[in-house]
Design a protein around this ligand. Structure first.
Ligand code: S3P
Length: 427
């Protein structure tokens, strides 16, 4: 199925509340399953990825009830998990697959995980290697580096680990394995990545400390059920922010967006490009959140690289699109991680934006965009990648002809009501 979108110079106005943060929603289910008692979650993202996490934990015997965006997780703690009698289906979700690997490694049972064809291509070596150093017994294709993965749970030992890639998924998998390991697990994180796992561990009563780039956690701690309020996902808000910036005359409000500093690289970069984005109503308990007001502005190209990359890694397809409308050159570097996301996002973004007439070239670790260029309509491929699908839909706002997106259904992985929100803002 495909969707054709056509706009005549739309102006975005009004306000929406983007759905809950994907990273935080996954973790809320996982921590609820680790803790004894009933965890309540508000603002949970009912996207396909997070539903995969729910289905995996139900297969481990955890009672999870869904009522709108309110979810309850009732567990007897990790010891009460049961050996699953089905393959745990992680769907399209890298976060589910990788974090669960850290959790399953320290159980006393056998489990098998597999996802879709995109998951089958994504590197698991980065998780399997440190877990094996802790004593984990993991088998799979290519020496356990690709799904399907079989895990024979076993007693784990703490490690002192220096992360070779800036990845919150690697950090989180090792920390979650560290929870059941004997001793104190220490992680050296050379470039800071999103810290939702650390924040939520504290929220569930765990003792975890950070000293500079070193994070430490002692195994054997019990977690306590908690209430989790999930803020809106800045990675979803990004598409509405980008849309309002490039559609002339727009002014929109986005309510209750998560602005954890490890996730706000997009705001810093857009502001450096000249964007008019104001934050108000700041909430700073636990995960930070704020309301954002965005007005369309003339933008200038910029250089994006170094430590900011993990703070905006998921937003790069959208940033590339916005950069096609900015005056001058935008260079994105140090972003080779994009090659191993849901699809090779360097290759996919460059190929798709070129179809619209953008002046964009791929490099090994990023891309170079020269703007501004008018965009034309075209048939665009989403590659089944939610963020590529949303990039194409936002491009349609300013393209001078219809844009057809194949498989728009993939957008429900992270933003199920994306088209409703786009319709509301463009009316
Ligand atoms: C995520 C971490 C990031 C991000 C992904 C979600 C998480 O991946 O790209 O969408 O929830 O921990 P890496 O940690 O592999 O960079």
């Amino acid at each position: 199925m495909s969707k054709t979108i056509s706009y005549a110079k739309p102006v975005l106005t009004g306000s929406v509340q983007v759905p809950g943060d994907k990273s935080i929603s996954h973790r809320a289910i996982m921590f609820g399953a680790l803790a004894q008692g009933t965890t309540t979650i508000e603002g949970f993202l009912m996207g396909d990825d997070c539903l995969s996490t729910i289905s995996c934990f139900r297969s481990l015997g955890i009672d999870i009830q869904i009522d709108g965006e309110h979810v309850t997780v009732t567990s007897g703690g990790r010891k009460a998990w049961k050996e699953p009698d089905v393959v745990l289906d992680t769907g399209n979700s890298g976060t589910t697959t990788r974090l669960m690997l850290g959790l399953l490694a320290g159980t006393d049972f056998h489990s098998v995980m597999a996802g879709d064809e995109s998951i089958a291509r994504r590197p698991m070596k980065r998780i399997v290697e440190p877990l094996r150093l802790m004593g984990a017994d993991i088998r799979g294709r290519a020496n356990g580096h690709f799904t399907p993965l079989a895990v024979q749970g076993t007693a784990l030992q703490a490690i002192d680990y220096t992360m070779p890639v800036a990845s919150a998924q690697v950090k989180s998998a090792v920390l979650l394995a560290g929870l059941s390991a004997q001793g104190t697990t220490t992680i050296h994180e050379p470039v800071p990545s999103r810290d939702h796992t650390e924040i939520m561990l504290k929220h569930f009563g765990a003792d975890i400390s950070r000293n500079g780039d070193i994070i430490s956690l002692t195994g054997g701690q019990e977690l306590h059920a908690a209430h989790v309020q999930v803020p809106g996902d800045i990675s979803s808000a990004a598409f509405m922010i980008g849309a309002a910036l490039i559609a002339e005359g727009s002014e929109i409000q986005l309510k209750n967006v998560g602005v954890n500093p490890t996730r706000t690289g997009l705001l810093d970069v857009f502001k450096a490009m000249g964007a008019d984005i104001q934050a108000s109503g700041h909430k700073s308990e636990g995960e930070e959140a704020a309301d954002l007001t965005v007005r369309s502005t003339l933008l200038t190209g910029t250089d994006i690289g170094g430590d900011v990359i993990p703070r905006l890694i998921d937003e790069i397809p959208l940033i590339a699109l916005v950069a096609t409308q900015a005056q001058g050159k935008t260079v994105i570097r140090d972003a080779e991680e994009l090659r191993v996301k849901e699809t090779d996002r360097i290759q996919a973004v460059v190929t798709e934006l070129k179809k619209l007439g953008a002046d964009i070239e791929a490099t090994e670790d990023g891309m170079v965009i020269q703007g501004p260029t008018p965009l034309t309509g075209a048939a665009m491929n989403s590659y089944g990648d939610h963020r590529l699908g949303m990039m194409a839909a936002v491009a349609a706002l300013i393209a001078d002809g219809p844009v057809t997106i194949d498989d728009p259904g993939c957008i429900s992985i992270s933003y199920p009501n994306f088209f409703d929100h786009l319709d509301k803002l463009t009316q």
